[in-house]
Design a protein around this ligand. Structure first.
Ligand SMILES: Cc1cc2nc3c(=O)[nH]c(=O)nc-3n(C[C@H](O)[C@H](O)[C@H](O)COP(=O)(O)OP(=O)(O)OC[C@H]3O[C@@H](n4cnc5c(N)ncnc54)[C@H](O)[C@@H]3O)c2cc1C
Length: 476
């Protein structure tokens, strides 16, 4: 084990002294996670600017037994992107590797370095008259490498899939410093194991993603949205079925919002107005987009909603009459996450179940939480269209209620996760595992699955230097 000064000198020699940060005032933003729940220590924050520099840094760390925490935009909600308090790891942040390398409009692909932010990637695609469809609330900060490492989801998965569905190739530096590359932009390639899949969702434990080839989609020319008061979560699922049957692939997003979630946004967001009268218990934000005519899309939305009303699924609806209405609707939805942070944090359960079980899950989990913590606010929202809801009980509004929910933290998390598991669901639909959910895997993954995960980890990273302590629970 080298002393830290030697590590700093060696890594500074590779990336340059200004790209090897050691002063606490410089490193603090990298060692603390987005939710300020995890604060760690790092020998240094290393900011390489090329794949070759990443490879040299990793090779040196491998030879000298130094741990590495790969980091993108540091927007992880699971504590996955910051080191622990031991102070024996470096953070390898990719933010200086932020170049779009190529856009091929015939192949409909974009090749970019891993440090490009999601919003820059979307803008570059837009400038080439294409769509890169991944859409998540943190897009201004999160990076493509982080999106791949977490297999990010978001609000357009219903139509376009998760990050995994959007990646055609990856370049990654392996834990020993070798460079793996599949940056060919092929949609068909059956020449053995699809190795890039190993890195997607691996949360920085198997390699450092340095570049990727992503799929581009036709850019929609028309968009419309509606906020709809539904009778119940079960009615929302029926409405989604109607929408898919009548409007086919134009159905792009279908987001559930509970009244407590909407109230919270209206409380914290200046100028926010609730989209529907009387604050209904359950709403959905439905979005249709297409490359066809705006008029056709809008009349398709009206037809779906009319049938929803006729079938007794819908109590009320507000349809966007302009693009700025669509944006205003989305703003209400996107602000839920930050409103919770401002309200003092919630118990975050990012869960998914088969769509056929989601209404049952919400009903049962709602009742169970209200029995355990009757005064909690039920901030339930998210990507219902793909079976994923953020089920986030929040402390009551009173000033003195800060500790109220924390007293129930374990019992609520365990109950919600147990219910999800019994319905064949996942205890982490899109945010990953990090440290926050690591030990829960012992309960919800089989010994065969956990054993295989460790075998893969040991094959690639036998010294356990890449993001140690994240994702993989210790096995007895
Ligand atoms: C307001 C808000 C809204 C969000 N909404 C969503 C949402 O709708 N859907 C969703 O899926 N997530 C969401 N997230 C979570 C988060 O933004 C995503 O997980 C995102 O993909 C993380 O990207 P990042 O660049 O910030 O990665 P980081 O937070 O820096 O890292 C996340 C993990 O990836 C690893 N990693 C990062 N970069 C690399 C790399 N280049 N190579 C290897 N490993 C790497 C890290 O080690 C860590 O384990 C949200 C977060 C916030 C704060």
């Amino acid at each position: 084990m080298p002393n830290h000064q030697r590590t700093i000198e060696a890594l500074s020699a590779i990336v340059g002294p200004t790209a090897c940060l050691t002063e606490p005032s410089d490193t603090q933003g990298y060692t603390t996670d987005y939710r300020k729940m995890y604060r760690g220590l790092a020998i240094a924050v290393v900011l390489p600017s090329t794949t070759d520099e990443v490879s040299q840094v990793v090779t040196w760390c491998h030879a000298n037994g130094v741990k590495i925490v790969p980091q993108g935009g540091n927007t992880s909600l699971m504590g996955g992107s910051v080191p622990d308090g031991a102070g024996d790891a470096i953070i390898l942040n990719l933010r200086r590797m932020a170049r779009v390398l190529a856009i091929d409009t015939l192949n409909d692909t974009m090749t970019l370095q891993a440090g490009v932010t999601l919003s820059s990637a979307r803008t570059s695609a837009d400038q080439a008259e294409r769509l890169f469809p991944l859409r998540i609330g943190s897009e201004g900060s999160c990076q493509i490498g982080g999106n791949i490492a977490t297999n990010a989801g978001g609000t357009a998965v219903l139509r376009y899939g998760n990050m995994r569905d959007l990646v055609l190739g990856i370049e990654a530096v392996l834990p020993d410093g070798q460079i793996y590359s599949s940056l060919r932009g092929l949609r068909k390639d059956n020449t053995g194991y699809d190795l890039k899949q190993l890195f997607i969702g691996s949360e920085g434990t198997l390699g450092i993603i340095t570049a990727a080839v992503l799929k581009l989609m036709p850019r929609p020319q028309a968009a419309t949205a509606a906020f709809v008061a539904v009778r119940s979560p079960a009615a929302a699922v029926e409405l989604l079925g109607l929408a898919k049957k009548m409007a086919g692939p134009t159905v792009t997003a279908f987001e559930l919002v509970s009244s407590d979630a909407m109230n919270l946004v209206c409380e914290y967001l200046s100028n926010a107005t609730p989209p529907l009268q009387g604050q209904p218990a359950w709403m959905v934000l439905v979005e249709f987009t297409s490359t066809g005519s705006q008029d056709l899309l809008e009349s398709s939305m009206v037809q779906v909603l009319e049938l929803g009303i006729e079938n007794g699924l819908i109590n009320d609806a507000a349809i966007a009459s302009s693009l700025s209405d669509v944006q205003a609707f989305w703003r209400l939805r996107e602000e839920i996450s930050d409103a919770q942070t401002r309200a003092g944090g919630s118990i975050k359960c990012d869960v998914s179940v088969p769509l056929s079980s989601i209404a049952n899950f919400i009903d049962e989990a709602y009742k169970a939480v209200k029995t355990m913590a009757p005064e909690s606010r039920m901030v339930i929202y998210g990507h219902m269209g793909d079976g994923n809801v953020h089920f986030n009980p929040l402390r009551p509004a009173q000033q003195d209620a800060k500790e109220y929910l924390m007293a129930h933290y374990e019992s609520i998390s365990n109950t919600v996760d147990g219910l999800v598991h019994s319905l064949n669901g996942s205890i982490s639909a899109e945010h990953g595992i990090g440290v926050a959910k690591r030990d829960d895997l012992l309960k919800y993954k089989s010994s065969v699955e956990l054993g295989l995960m460790w075998q893969v980890k040991k094959a690639l990273d036998p010294q356990n230097l890449l993001n140690p302590g994240k994702l993989l629970p210790s096995l007895a």
